[in-house]
Design a protein around this ligand. Structure first.
Ligand code: NAD
Length: 482
């Protein structure tokens, strides 16, 4: 059997060509390079696009919802049967602690099962505008979809885009981030095991750089792009897509605030804020990065969060009982340590994050930080820091809470902590974010749409609305003869 270690997967075959050399794959917990993956090229990306186009045009895939449902169910079975192995590989490759990695796999196969059901429920509509004048609105697969994903959740983010694309009848080319080619290839191997999946329906090309990504956002045979990543790259993808007017779905950056009101259950709020801010070490788009607290309980919340962050256990992502693994790489660790230093000068540090001690010194660790600040325009409050660093801000009433929380160019997610249902509902309606959780954070479901306002993106993934990105509506008109 050919090695699947980070290879490309094109037209149902593993391809080990490395026209742009090999990409070292690092374990962020100890800094070791434990594998290398071949870098693709524009030419390989073009081959993958044409394999996907060919599968779309020549197989029954686009016109067989039952085939698509069966293939997605089979994929879910295989992914579940390999979940422990893939979770372990992911923990090694991107530093996600074991429990969170296992949870990600469960979300991945759960999502595939959900879209298997949706595949059999894509209906059109009919309309008779005058006697015998029949309009038939059908829903058809858009065609070939490219799916470009980041490293922080290489299984769920891939399945979150690919499953609705496949359910709609599209064929797919994916591009993983350079940090996670092995986890991506492990998911491709699950697709390879699905006997009912026609060859070429799912393809994948790796790279370190932007050559493949550029092809996947410009190639004339691609109809739709589903991109998850930073707002900065989202802008480039949108510009690339403009020339051939591709449909674009963008799931981009975030800067989630948590708003804590007087009277909230503080035990519950602090537990949620700690978990919601430290998931994958703060490297999740929906992670809490701002904590806004009503002034009457400010000191109490500050003291509790200080203890919560100072007692967080840090260590190898694959070790039992570790709450916080490493960040993705050395440049990220150094960038975050620099931010902590700046926060110590330009704001007021409550908890100072540090690199790992002696036994962790080879890995890219940084412990949690919290700083107080009273300037919403400061870039420490405005920018996505993407690490275990939160700002602590103060508000006096609901109106100030709303204006401070909304003072951001992002609009992905927020959470509100209060025991007053009227306060929570008023906040939920006024906050300009795609998701508002009440007394909880980071609860994501396959059935429920997720996405962002403003610079956090365009469109929605998860749920039934995700299908919109991968379907066209066609009007067929007929006049019935008497
Ligand atoms: P990134 O934008 O640098 O990379 C994401 C993907 O885009 C990678 O596969 C990368 O190789 C590729 N890419 C980079 N330049 C490209 C180009 N010019 N053309 C085509 N593809 C290109 O993001 P990152 O730093 O790896 O990931 C973190 C970011 O992703 C954060 O901003 C985070 O908030 C965001 N994110 C958003 C969501 C969401 O659901 N909204 C989920 C996860 C991560």
């Amino acid at each position: 059997m050919p090695s699947k270690e980070g290879h490309h997967y094109i037209g149902g075959a593993w391809v080990s060509d490395a026209p742009n050399g090999m990409n070292p794959v690092q374990n962020p917990s100890d800094g070791s390079v434990f594998a290398e993956a071949p870098n693709g090229s524009a030419e390989l990306a073009g081959q993958a696009v044409m394999a996907a186009r060919d599968a779309f045009e020549t197989t029954d895939w686009a016109s067989s919802p039952r085939l698509r449902a069966a293939a997605l169910l089979e994929f879910a079975e295989v992914l579940e049967s390999r979940a422990d192995e893939i979770a372990d590989l992911m923990a090694k490759e991107n530093g996600k602690v074991r429990g969170q990695a296992r949870h990600e796999l469960a979300a991945g196969y759960g999502e595939a099962r959900y879209y298997a059901g949706v595949a059999r429920n894509v209906f059109g509509r009919t309309f008779e505008s005058a006697p015998g004048k029949m309009s038939l609105m059908t829903r058809e697969a858009s065609g070939v979809a490219s799916v470009i994903v980041p490293w922080n959740a290489p299984v769920t983010l891939l399945v979150r885009s690919a499953a609705p694309a496949l359910a709609a009848g599209c064929t797919v080319i994916t591009k993983p981030a350079s940090q996670t080619p092995l986890t991506n290839a492990a998911v491709m191997a699950c697709f390879e095991s699905v006997e009912s999946l026609p060859k070429g329906v799912v393809n994948s090309v790796n790279e370190y750089g932007t050559e493949v990504g550029t092809v996947l956002s410009t190639h004339p045979e691609i109809d739709v792009i589903s991109f998850t990543g930073s707002s900065r790259t989202g802008r480039i993808i949108m510009a690339n897509a403009a020339d051939t007017i591709k449909h674009v779905s963008l799931e981009l950056g975030g800067k989630a605030p948590a708003l804590v009101f007087d009277g909230a259950d503080l035990d519950g709020a602090v537990t949620e804020i700690k978990r919601g801010s430290l998931a994958l070490n703060g490297q999740m788009c929906t992670c809490i990065s701002r904590v806004l607290v009503q002034d009457t309980i400010y000191d109490e919340v500050k003291a509790r969060l200080r203890v919560a962050y100072e007692t967080t256990t840090t260590g190898d992502a694959r070790a039992e009982g570790v709450e916080l693994g490493p960040v993705i790489d050395k440049p990220s660790q150094q960038r975050l340590l620099g931010i902590v230093d700046r926060a110590g000068v330009e704001a007021s540090l409550v908890v100072r994050g540090k690199a790992g001690g002696d036994e962790l010194s080879d890995g890219f660790f940084i412990t949690p930080s919290m700083f107080e600040i009273d300037d919403v325009s400061h870039d420490l409050v405005q920018d996505e820091l993407f690490g275990p660093i939160v700002s602590l801000e103060r508000f006096s009433d609901e109106s100030e809470a709303v204006s401070k929380a909304n003072a951001t160019r992002f609009g992905l997610a927020a959470s509100v902590y209060t025991n007053d249902l009227n306060v929570s509902m008023r906040m939920a309606r006024k906050l300009r974010f795609g998701t508002v959780w009440l007394n909880s954070h980071n609860r994501l479901f396959a059935e429920v749409e997720t996405g962002g306002y403003r610079e956090s993106g365009i469109g929605r993934l998860h749920g039934i609305e995700a299908m919109n990105d991968f379907l066209e509506t066609k009007h067929i008109y007929y006049e019935v003869e008497d």
